[in-house]
Write a protein that binds this ligand. Structure first.
Ligand code: FAD
Ligand code: N01
Length: 779
C-alpha cells in the first residue's frame, strides 16, 4: 500500500498477503452491509480492507441521529440472521428500535466479530480504477493512499448520499442548520426556539413530533403530503416471541417472502369483499402498525388504482378525523399519488402534532419558496423568521453514493457516463465493463423495497460464494455479459410497469434529484423470487457471467428470466393443473376445457352496467356483452375481440379482462362474438369482426358512447382481428377508428420466427398449439 501519509493503520494482520496486492477485497462502507461482508469474506480466508467515511461503524444508524429516528421494519426482522448465537445474545427492547439501540447493536456486532481491525474509519474512497493488465483495482482514498485489490465491493448504502439543500439562498441563513441525514452527535436542544422543518418524508414525519415537544414555534414546510400510519410502537412485540420460538422458520420465511419479512401476503382482492368488510380490515391495518399491513389484507392495492384509492381514502379520512383544522387536514391529505408509490411512513403522533397551537403547516403547493434569507424563509405569501432550519429533504438514493466515487472500469470507461441514462446492472450486483466490482443492494435488486437486513445478507452471501467459487476455479475476473445485463434491465422495468410506481415522482424513480434519469431503481419482483433467480444463475453455471483466469476465458451467456412475475404466476398455476395440451383434443373438448379453466378465474372488478345483446354479424345474429364504466357517461367506446386462437372463447370469455379494461380506461367495452373456425373457417371471423365494428360505430351514441370514432381492442387472436379490421376499415374508407389496443396480438403466422421459436416448448402457447390454431383457422 503506498501512502502520502506515514500514519497508516495495520490492516487485517490475521492473514498474510499472497498475491502481491495490498489486499484481496476492498470493501467501502461499514454499515449493516459492510460489517457482514468483512465477517464473511474473512471466513473464507480472504484479506479485507474496508474504508468508512464515518468515525465508527453503523452507516445509516451512525449518521441519522435526529430526534425520533427508529427503524420501521419490526426489529425482530430488521437484524442479522447469520449467527443464531448472536440472535440469542442480543435482546431488543421495542417493536421498532430507536437509532441509538440499532447503533449499539451494530457496534456490538463489530466488537463480537473483531471487525474494526479491518476498517479504516474517517477515510472516504474518492476514486477507483481498474487495471486490466494486472486485473487489479487501484483504490484512492481521502488520505491520499492507493490500495491495490483484486475485488472492490461497494457497500455504500442506498440511502447514504444526502441531497443538498435545494432552496435558493440556503447559504445565507445565519441561524443553526441541521440535516436529518447528518445529525450532530451532541444533543441538539430546541427548547424555546423557532424551528423550521423542510420535508415530510420518513425523516420529517419521525422527527416533527419530537421537535414540536421542545420548540417554542415549529413550522413545517410541506411540498408533497405523504401517507403515514401509526407505528403503534411498544415494548412487547409478538414478533420477538415468534422469532424466539422458532428462529430458523422465522428467518427462512422472511428470506423467501415478498419483502423479506414475516407478514402474510393477501390473496383476496379489494372487490371481493363488501364495503363493511373492507373498512373492517382497513381498521385492523390502522391498529396493527406495520408498513405491509395493507398488502396483508388485500392483494391488489399495489397494482389496481381503484383498489388503491379505497385505502388512500381511508387514510385521508383518518387524517381528517385527527387534525382539527379542516384546511390543515386537507393540506396533509395525499391526493397526487397512489398509496405506497412514495414510501409510506409509520409515525408516532405525526398528524396530532398539527393540533398543537405552536405548530404550523406551510403548504408549498399553495405558497412556494421564494428563498431562504439571513433570518428565515420567504414564500410567495410571507416571511417566516427562525432560529434553526432542519432539512429533512432526503437522499440521492441507490446510485448517489456509487457514482460519487470516480470509478473507471475497463478501458477507462467512467461508471457515471455508463449510467448517465440510468443504472445498468445484472441482478443489482454487478455492471458490465467493470470487472470484479460488486454492489451490495445495488440498483436493480429488491433493496429498498424490502427489509434491507434480509436483502443485505442475501447479497453478501451471494458475493462471498462467488468469490469462493472463483478461488476454487482459479478465476481472476468476473463480469456480466451485455445480454444478461440488458435482459435483467428489461425484467426490472417489466415488473415496475405492472405497478403504479412509475406514475409517481419519488426517489424510487430518481425523481427527487434534479436532472437524475427517471427510471425505477429497485427491483419489485419480490425478495423470494429474486433470491431464486440469483440461485438459478449459480445453478446454471453462473449464467450471464464471463470469467477470466490463467486457463483463459469462459462465458456462459444467457438470460435468467424473460417472464414477468404475473405471467410466471399464471403459468406455474396452469402447470400444477397438469391439463392435456389443447391441441391433443377435438376442438369441442378444447372449448369445454377452456370454459372450465375460465370458471376458476377471479371475477373482475365491478363495472357500472353489463348488457348482453346481439348484433347483425356477417351471416346472422351473434352475441355481444357491453361493459359500462361506473362513472357518468357518455364514454369513449371500444369494440373488443376476445382471445382463443380463433377456436376458443366467446363474447363473455374475457369477462374479467373486459371489466378491468372498462374500469381502468373509463371506456365502454363491447365484447363481440365472431364465428369459430370449426363452424366457419377464415375469413368468417374477419367478416364478423368487421360487421361488429360497423355496428358498434353506427350505434355508438345509442350504446352510451360519445359521438366520436370508436377504438378497437383485442387479445391474442382477437388482437389479430382488431389489427385486421383496422386495416380493412382504413382501406374501405371507414368506419373511422380512434385507436388500436392490441394485447399480445398474433401478428405473424410464420412459426419459424420470433416468439414462435422462443416459446416453442414453453407453457400453454407452444408452437405446436399455435400451429394447431392456425390449421383450424385457415385451410
Ligand atoms: P449504510 O448503512 O448507508 O452504510 C453505508 C456506509 O458507507 C456509510 O456509513 C457511508 O459513510 C459509507 N460510505 C459511502 N460512500 C463512501 C465512500 N466513498 N467512502 C467511504 N465510505 C463511504 N431499512 C430497513 O430495511 N428498515 C428500516 O427500518 C430502515 N430504516 C431506515 C431509517 C433511516 C433514517 C434511513 C436513512 C434508512 C433506513 N433504512 C431502513 C435503510 C437503511 O439504509 C438500510 O436498512 C441499511 O442500514 C443500509 O445498510 P448499508 O450498510 O447497506 O448502508
Ligand atoms: O427523504 P424523502 P427521507 N423543497 O425523500 C421534501 C428511509 N427512512 O429522508 O416529496 C421542499 O422520503 C420532499 O418533498 P417531495 C425511507 O426509506 C426510513 O424522509 O419531493 N421540499 C419530501 O417531503 C425513506 O423513504 C425511516 O415533494 C423538499 C422530503 O423532503 C428514505 O429513507 C426514517 C425539497 C424528503 O423525503 C428517505 O426518507 C427516515 C425542496 N427542495 C428515512 N427537497 C424510517 O422510519 C426535498 N423535499 C425507518
Amino acid at each position: 500500500m503506498s501512502t502520502a501519509d506515514t500514519d497508516t493503520q495495520t490492516l487485517d494482520p490475521t492473514t498474510p498477503p499472497n498475491t502481491g496486492l495490498d489486499t484481496d477485497v476492498v470493501v467501502v462502507g461499514a454499515g449493516f452491509a459492510g460489517l457482514y461482508l468483512i465477517h464473511k469474506l474473512r471466513s473464507i480466508g480472504l484479506r479485507v480492507v474496508a474504508f468508512e467515511g464515518a468515525d465508527d461503524v453503523g452507516g445509516t444508524w451512525y449518521w441519522n441521529r435526529y430526534p425520533g429516528a427508529r427503524c420501521d421494519v419490526p426489529t425482530a426482522d430488521y437484524s442479522y440472521s447469520f449467527d443464531p448465537e448472536l440472535e440469542r445474545d442480543w435482546q431488543w427492547s421495542e417493536k421498532y428500535a430507536t437509532q441509538p439501540e440499532i447503533l449499539r447493536y451494530l457496534q456490538h456486532v463489530a466488537d463480537r466479530y473483531d471487525l474494526r481491525t479491518s476498517i479504516r474509519f474517517g477515510t472516504r474512497v474518492s476514486s477507483a480504477a481498474w487495471d486490466g493488465e494486472s486485473a487489479t483495482w487501484n483504490i484512492i482514498t481521502s488520505d491520499g493512499t492507493t490500495t491495490t485489490s483484486r475485488f472492490y465491493v461497494m457497500a455504500t448504502g442506498c440511502l447514504s448520499m444526502p441531497k443538498a439543500a435545494e432552496v435558493a439562498g440556503a447559504e445565507r441563513f445565519q441561524g443553526d442548520v441541521y440535516f436529518t441525514s447528518t445529525w450532530p452527535h451532541d444533543v441538539v436542544d430546541f427548547t424555546g426556539r423557532r424551528v423550521a422543518v423542510i420535508g415530510t418524508g420518513s425523516s420529517g414525519v419521525q422527527s416533527i413530533p419530537f421537535i414540536a415537544e421542545e420548540a417554542s414555534q415549529l413550522t413545517v414546510f410541506q411540498r408533497t403530503p405523504n401517507f403515514s400510519m401509526p407505528a403503534r410502537n411498544g415494548p412487547l412485540p409478538e414478533h420477538l416471541a415468534a422469532l424466539a420460538a422458532d428462529r430458523e422458520t422465522f428467518r427462512e420465511t422472511a428470506r423467501w417472502s415478498q419483502a423479506g419479512m414475516n407478514i402474510p401476503v393477501a390473496e383476496q382482492r379489494v372487490d371481493q369483499v363488501d364495503e363493511a368488510e373492507r373498512l373492517r380490515r382497513y381498521e385492523e391495518v390502522w391498529q396493527e402498525g406495520h408498513l405491509l399491513a395493507p398488502s396483508s389484507k388485500f392483494s391488489d392495492l399495489g397494482v389496481n388504482p381503484v383498489a388503491n384509492d379505497t385505502f388512500a381514502e381511508f387514510v385521508r379520512n383518518k387524517i381528517r378525523a385527527t387534525v382539527t383544522d379542516p384546511a390543515t387536514a386537507e393540506a396533509l391529505c395525499p391526493t397526487d399519488h397512489p398509496f405506497g408509490t412514495k414510501r409510506p411512513c409509520l409515525d408516532s403522533g405525526y398528524y396530532e402534532t398539527f393540533n398543537l397551537p405552536h405548530v404550523t403547516l406551510v403548504n408549498l403547493r399553495d405558497e412556494p419558496f421564494v428563498g431562504i434569507t439571513e433570518t428565515g424563509i420567504d414564500t410567495t405569501r410571507g416571511s417566516y423568521e427562525f432560529d434553526a432550519i432542519v432539512y429533512a429533504t432526503g437522499f440521492d438514493a441507490m446510485t448517489g453514493a456509487i457514482v460519487a466515487v470516480d470509478i473507471a472500469g475497463r478501458d477507462g470507461r467512467q461508471l457515471a457516463d455508463r449510467w448517465s441514462n440510468g443504472p445498468h446492472t445484472y441482478l443489482g450486483l454487478m455492471t458490465h465493463g467493470f470487472p470484479n466490482l460488486f454492489m451490495i443492494t445495488g440498483p436493480g435488486s429488491p433493496s429498498v423495497l424490502s427489509n434491507m437486513a434480509t436483502s443485505i445478507e442475501q447479497h453478501v452471501d451471494w458475493v462471498t460464494d462467488c468469490l469462493a467459487h472463483m478461488t476454487d476455479h482459479q478465476q481472476l475476473t468476473i463480469e456480466p455479459t451485455p445480454l444478461a445485463e440488458h435482459a435483467w434491465g428489461v425484467h426490472v422495468d417489466d415488473c415496475a410497469a405492472l405497478t403504479m410506481f412509475p406514475q409517481t415522482d419519488s426517489w424510487y424513480m430518481g425523481a427527487n434529484v434534479p436532472g437524475k434519469p427517471r427510471v425505477m431503481l429497485p427491483y419489485i419482483g419480490g425478495v423470494g423470487a429474486y433470491r431464486q433467480l440469483c440461485t438459478d444463475v449459480v445453478d446454471q453455471g453462473y449464467l450471464g457471467f464471463r470469467f477470466q483466469g490463467p486457463a483463459g476465458e469462459s462465458v456462459n451467456d444467457g438470460v435468467i428470466t424473460r417472464l414477468q412475475p404475473d405471467v410466471r404466476m399464471v403459468l406455474e398455476f396452469l402447470e400444477t393443473l397438469a391439463l392435456p395440451p389443447f391441441e391433443t383434443l377435438p376442438p369441442a373438448d378444447a372449448r369445454a376445457m377452456s370454459e372450465a379453466i375460465n370458471a376458476e378465474r377471479p371475477t373482475g372488478p365491478e363495472v357500472g352496467e353489463i348488457i348482453d345483446g346481439t348484433y347483425p354479424a356477417a351471416d346472422g345474429e351473434l352475441a355481444y356483452r357491453l361493459y359500462r364504466p361506473p362513472t357518468p357517461g357518455p364514454h369513449p367506446i371500444v369494440a373488443y375481440y376476445h382471445g382463443g386462437g380463433w377456436v376458443l372463447g366467446s363474447a363473455t370469455s374475457d369477462d374479467p379482462t373486459c371489466r378491468d379494461l372498462c374500469v381502468r380506461s373509463n371506456a365502454i367495452f363491447v365484447s363481440v362474438d365472431y364465428r369459430h373456425t370449426v363452424d366457419a373457417k377464415f375469413p368468417a371471423a374477419v367478416n364478423d369482426a368487421m360487421a361488429a365494428l360497423r355496428w358498434v360505430s353506427d350505434h355508438a351514441v345509442e350504446l352510451g358512447g360519445i359521438d366520436q370514432p370508436v377504438a378497437v381492442c383485442g387479445w391474442s387472436a382477437g388482437g389479430n382481428l382488431a389489427a385486421v379490421v383496422s386495416q380493412l376499415a382504413r382501406d374501405a374508407g371507414g368506419p373511422p377508428i380512434a385507436g388500436q389496443v392490441l394485447i399480445t396480438p398474433v401478428t405473424n403466422t410464420d412459426t419459424t420466427q420470433g416468439s414462435y421459436i422462443e416459446n416453442a416448448e414453453g407453457y400453454v402457447l407452444t408452437r405446436s398449439l399455435m400451429e394447431w390454431f392456425l390449421d383450424q383457422y385457415v385451410d
